[in-house]
Design a protein around this ligand. Structure first.
Ligand SMILES: Nc1ncnc2c1ncn2[C@@H]1O[C@H](COP(=O)(O)OP(=O)(O)OP(=O)(O)O)[C@@H](O)[C@H]1O
Ligand SMILES: [Mg+2]
Length: 268
């Protein structure tokens, strides 16, 4: 990765061995888009000229086996991955701000592993989601909206996050992301390790955030059947490449998931 003085990532000038340096123009007028993005960690190519994105208002799923590069897609957007080629566009402009400024651009990231501040209360955790906001009235309004979406957070608002179940902590992590008032919400494995009944509830909430609150959503999920039920479109990643891009129906009708999960596709 080439990093500028202000910490932003720039595609490297020289082509990297084994990876073409992406110069493709932004194509489909997406709200948020990766165009031919390559990421490598030392010898490991985590993304190889991957192009994927989300249109305004869409709920888009990213699926694929372990190590396919799913989390890296979200980290590349957030400036948290060593991008060696290609470009991330937000509203058709290259996204070139530092990670801590991305939230002000309208992107909120809920990483894998429901990271909440366990020693803080629910309310305090939610406040952490909009530290950049000085408008107290707006902050209170957002808190009300999040608590309306997740009534359990309202009931437990003065409890420590450590006292909550895994599912409740996941809802808190999503709620904290929403406190930023994002146009796009990035979710990495929101249902990982949750009981089936809670998984169902989390998917319902994600769908509601997209449909009622009109938030664009880019979600990485291993729970394929459930995420295909709520997604507008889905990408299947395999070894850092986009193996399929289409509607949920196109994914279900193709053999792509079995091929990818059983390792039937050549690395190429
Ligand atoms: N910080 C890192 N250092 C070295 N290699 C890394 C790092 N992060 C990811 N990788 C490697 O990059 C590849 C893609 O990782 P990534 O986490 O994006 O996969 P994933 O599809 O999210 O997998 P999972 O389903 O296990 O979460 C993997 O081979 C992984 O081992
Ligand atoms: Mg991952």
């Amino acid at each position: 990765m080439a990093t500028t003085d202000n910490g932003t990532q720039q595609p490297t000038a020289e082509p990297t061995v084994g990876i073409s340096n992406g110069t493709d123009a932004s194509g489909a007028g997406m709200l948020l888009e990766l165009v031919a993005v390559s990421v490598r960690y030392g010898a490991v190519v985590a993304l190889n000229r991957a192009s994927l994105g989300v249109q305004r208002g869409e709920l888009v799923a990213v699926m694929g086996p372990n190590g396919a590069g799913k989390s890296t897609v979200l980290k590349a957007i957030m400036g948290l991955a060593p991008v060696v080629g290609g470009t991330v566009y937000l509203r058709q402009e290259p996204l070139s701000v530092a990670t801590h400024e991305i939230v002000q651009e309208g992107i909120a990231f809920v990483p894998q592993g429901r990271r909440v501040f366990t020693h803080l209360t629910i309310e305090e955790n939610l406040e952490m989601g909009c530290l950049h906001l000085n408008d107290k009235a707006e902050q209170a309004q957002r808190m009300d909206a999040v608590m309306e979406l997740f009534p359990i957070l309202h009931r437990k608002r003065r409890d420590l996050a450590s006292q909550m179940s895994g599912g409740q902590q996941q809802m808190l992590a999503i709620g904290r992301g929403l406190m930023a008032g994002p146009e796009v919400l990035l979710l990495d494995e929101p249902t990982l390790g949750l009981a089936p009944i809670v998984v169902k509830e989390v998917f319902e909430k994600i769908s509601e955030i997209n449909e009622r609150l009109k938030t664009t959503i880019f979600v990485v999920e291993h729970n394929i059947k459930s995420v295909l039920d709520i997604a507008d479109r889905a990408y299947v990643l395999d070894k850092g490449r986009v193996a399929h891009d289409g509607t949920p129906a196109s994914v279900r009708q193709s053999n792509i998931l079995t091929d990818v999960f059983l390792g039937r596709i050549d690395a190429g």
